[in-house]
Write a protein that binds this ligand. Structure first.
Ligand code: FES
Length: 125
C-alpha cells in the first residue's frame, strides 16, 4: 500500500507590475497613447508592438536609420541617459533634432523609466 502523502503546493506569485513599464507616446497633434511594455525591450520595440504612428524603425533597431527618432520628455532625460557616440552620429540624419532627441531603439525599458513620456516628431526624415 502506498504511503504517499499529499504535500502542499507552494504558492507561486509573480508581480507582473515589476516586469512591465508604462510609457506614453505623444503625436505632433497632441494625441497620446499610453502602453505597458515589457522590461528588456527597447522603446522602439514597444512602439512597434503597439502600432505607434510615426515610428518607422526601418533598420529594426540596429542604430542605422534614425527613423525611430523621438523627443524624450525633460523629466526622463536623466533616467534614459545620453546617446552613445554611434547614436549621436545617427541623429545627424534625423529630422528636427532638439534637446532630448533620442533614437528610441537605443533606450532599454526598465522600471527606472516607468511613466516615460516621449514625443514623436512631425516626420522621420
Ligand atoms: S530603428 Fe533604426 S536607428 Fe532606431
Amino acid at each position: 500500500m502506498s504511503t504517499a502523502r499529499c504535500r502542499s503546493t507552494p504558492t507561486l506569485s509573480w508581480d507582473f507590475s515589476k516586469t512591465m513599464t508604462k510609457m506614453t507616446f505623444i503625436q505632433p497633434d497632441g494625441a497620446a497613447q499610453t502602453v505597458d511594455a515589457e522590461n528588456g525591450l527597447t522603446v522602439m520595440e514597444a512602439a512597434k508592438l503597439n502600432d505607434i504612428a510615426g515610428i518607422e524603425a526601418e533598420c529594426g533597431g540596429a542604430c542605422a536609420c534614425a527613423t525611430c527618432h523621438v523627443y524624450v520628455d525633460e523629466a526622463f532625460r536623466a533616467a534614459t541617459g545620453k546617446p552613445a557616440a554611434m547614436e549621436e552620429d545617427m541623429l545627424d540624419f534625423a529630422f528636427d533634432v532638439r534637446e532630448g532627441s533620442r533614437l528610441c531603439c537605443q533606450i532599454k525599458i526598465t522600471s527606472a523609466i516607468d511613466g516615460l513620456v516621449v514625443r514623436v516628431p512631425a516626420k522621420q526624415f
